[in-house]
Design a protein around this ligand. Structure first.
Ligand code: FE2
Ligand code: FE2
Length: 276
């Protein structure tokens, strides 16, 4: 900036608003040439600086994106490994991969309807397929028995909850902690008559109470070695008769209050063994 005003305040404002120099008239030609050369050099440095910064920002964005992609891949791989392990356990009896999917979707639905946040619902959806992982430790002659269990056999069968809990216990990962809780508590009854610990009411973790309803509903409406698939209405009646006994009454009301969403899951993951 070239001016006739020798005013420090004005000079300050001029420099602040982007002037590269402040020359007071009358001026020497050399003075202007030096200021212009300095200004040009400063401008070139600024341009180079900006380009470098843009390049760095771009690199950070790319790295963040590939990291996000890798993490997502890991998450999916973990989820799939869990599902396949759970299916491996279920394959030992006549339950199907579809049972695992429907049961976990019912769990997530009921969790969402109970007001749990999205992250918790997702955790429940991914953890719940492992509810029967302890069946790995149940002998075939009991696991595959079509008739009624003797009291001794029943006792052996109930151990799948403790075995599942032991398999999943001790991890720092929230997902495995939750899976251990569900494996341990999905056969507890609201009135305290369930197993393995005979917990009652709110002493049963919410996720265990949710899994109990989801698992029973799908077991009833699917064909098993020991029973045909019940029509939905019959399954609902049967479960209602255990309202407040086996099942948390409020959760059961919530579940059956959203039958259209339950049916949507049932249809989406239907297998040939399921009838309506
Ligand atoms: Fe079970
Ligand atoms: Fe199950």
């Amino acid at each position: 900036m070239v001016t006739g005003l020798d005013d420090p305040q004005l000079a300050n404002i001029a420099l602040k608003t982007g002037a590269y120099g402040y020359i007071i008239k009358p001026f020497e030609c050399n003075e202007v040439l030096i200021d212009v050369a300095n200004a040009l050099r400063r401008r070139r440095l600024e341009i180079e600086n900006r380009a470098h910064r843009d390049e760095l920002e771009q690199m950070v964005l790319q790295r963040t994106e590939s990291l996000r992609h890798a993490l997502k891949g890991l998450e999916l791989a973990a989820e799939e490994t869990i599902r396949r392990l759970a299916i491996a356990a279920e394959f030992r009896d006549d339950e199907t991969a579809r049972h695992i999917q429907r049961m976990s979707m019912y769990c997530a639905l009921l969790a969402r309807l109970s007001g749990l946040d999205h992250a918790r619902c997702e955790l429940i959806r991914i953890a719940s397929p492992m509810h029967d992982i302890g069946k790995i430790g149940t002998p075939d002659n009991i696991l595959l028995k079509p008739g009624k269990f003797t009291p001794e056999e029943f006792k052996v069968m109930t151990r799948h909850t403790d075995i599942g809990h032991r398999i999943l216990l001790g991890s720092d990962a929230e997902l495995l902690k939750l899976a251990a809780t569900i494996a341990w508590t999905h056969h507890e009854s609201f009135d305290g008559t369930g197993y393995p610990r005979g917990l009652a009411g709110a002493a049963i973790p919410l996720e265990g109470r949710i899994a109990a309803i989801a698992d029973a509903f799908d077991a009833l409406t699917s064909k098993r070695v020991y029973k045909p698939a019940y029509p939905v209405a019959q399954a609902v009646d049967l479960m209602q008769s255990h309202r407040g006994k086996q099942f948390d009454p409020a959760l059961l009301d919530t579940f059956f209050g959203s039958m259209s969403q339950v049916t949507a899951i049932r249809n989406q993951y239907a297998d040939s063994q399921v009838t309506s």
